[in-house]
Write a protein that binds this ligand. Structure first.
Ligand SMILES: NC(=O)c1ccc[n+]([C@@H]2O[C@H](COP(=O)([O-])OP(=O)(O)OC[C@H]3O[C@@H](n4cnc5c(N)ncnc54)[C@H](OP(=O)(O)O)[C@@H]3O)[C@@H](O)[C@H]2O)c1
Length: 348
């Protein structure tokens, strides 16, 4: 029997869970990945076990097996019970990847979480997402007790991202010209690099870190974010100089059909104020105290660019046509605004 560490990743065929499995292989662990195999391929070097966790029978191939650590990313409460029944007793450490979407009030920093959904909930939807995560967290903590580690990530960015909420920015900036920048330059943004999160999850398993944490980097101003991306692209030889950023107030953007955060006609990562003040001001210090380490923005952009720029999925971002239209109306508005002079000034 070797002293090789054993890790089970429930998932492991896409994005974060795949990054965890890949990084664990690179660390020399014996890695098992269990999924249906519907979303993608597991990374090289792992044992793949085909399961469908929607029923106890579906997880039978794993029943009775023991692992030093288990990592789960589920979004569906009814799919958590079967894996806990099969594996909790034989797990040294259990990571459940939750989300900052568990918090009840996105407008304020706070600890209050949403009402949990039912433990036998089988549906997943945008409306149920946060409530489902609360329920999944509770099920894991109840069963694993002091072996449970529950990181709550904010926006995860990096290679394999299927939403490109960050990626739309380096791609746009690389095209040059006048770039529409949203809201106030001081407005904060926050994210976590997928590789940093994967590394922290593995470290936590190895060091026995337990508890519940917001898993997010320190917030920075949107202007620093956009300039940092431009400077990184200059360093990579993609562009020669920072483009011109035109800052347009959020109300004007809303009036002209520019959406925040994600999806069509959006400016990725950006969240309006004050409704989402809580979403961009999570306190990561307890996570940093528990071993989270984050790379610089430049490293994240460089990683993203090398992994995704050739074939971005781009489900976020504005078309150049839409951006040009909005900028045009914004400048027309500036031009038609008559600057008061001492001669025509009408007092209050
Ligand atoms: N993306 C973000 O910005 C963000 C932010 C905050 C939190 N999070 C959380 O971070 C985690 C991301 O996880 P992820 O990147 O690995 O993506 P994911 O889409 O949550 O992956 C789900 C995994 O579970 C497997 N799976 C789904 N249904 C299954 C079933 N019935 N039986 C067995 N396996 C099943 C999938 O593989 P198969 O389909 O092949 O079975 C896949 O590998 C999630 O927990 C998400 O809620 C994400």
């Amino acid at each position: 029997m070797s002293g090789q560490r054993t890790l089970l990743v429930l998932g492991g065929t896409v994005y974060l869970s795949k990054a965890v499995a890949k990084a664990a292989v690179e660390r020399g662990s014996r890695v098992t990945v269990a999924a249906r195999g519907a979303s993608g391929e597991p990374p090289e070097g792992v044992e793949f076990v085909r399961i469908d966790r929607s029923s106890p029978e579906g997880v039978a191939p794993l029943a009775g097996r023991s692992f030093d650590a288990v990592v789960d990313v589920s979004r569906i409460p009814a799919q958590v019970g079967p894996v806990l029944d099969a594996l909790a007793d034989g797990a040294g450490h259990w990571t459940f990847v939750s989300s900052i979407s568990v918090y009840a009030d996105p407008s304020a920093r706070g600890d209050r979480t949403l009402e949990p959904s039912s433990a036998d909930e089988t549906e997943t939807s945008l409306e149920l997402y946060g409530r489902n995560k609360v329920t999944c967290e509770n099920l894991v903590r109840e069963r694993l007790g002091d072996r449970a580690f529950v990181p709550r990530p904010g926006l995860i960015v990096g290679a394999g991202d299927n939403s490109d909420r960050l990626g739309c920015w380096p791609l746009r900036i690389a095209e040059g010209g006048e770039v529409l920048a949203p809201g106030r330059p001081e407005r904060q943004v926050q994210w976590i690099d997928v590789e940093d999160l994967a590394a922290w999850i593995l470290d936590a398993g190895e060091r026995g870190v337990v508890g519940t944490f917001d898993a997010i980097g320190r917030p920075i101003a949107m202007e620093r974010f956009l300039h940092g991306i431009a400077d990184t692209l200059i360093g990579l030889g993609v562009i020669e100089a920072r483009p011109e950023f035109t800052w347009v107030p959020q109300d004007f953007l809303a009036e002209h059909g520019v959406n925040p955060w994600a999806g069509p006609d959006s400016l990725g990562l950006w969240l309006p104020e004050p409704d989402y003040d809580g979403m961009v001001s999570h306190d990561p210090e307890s996570a940093f105290g528990a071993g989270l380490a984050t790379v610089s923005l430049a490293t994240t952009i460089e990683r993203w660019w090398k992994a995704n720029a050739d074939a971005p999925r781009l489900t976020a971002g504005l078309t150049r046509e839409k951006e040009g239209t909005v900028l045009g109306i914004w400048h027309d508005r500036e031009r038609t605004f008559e600057v008061p002079t001492p001669e025509n000034f009408v007092g209050p």
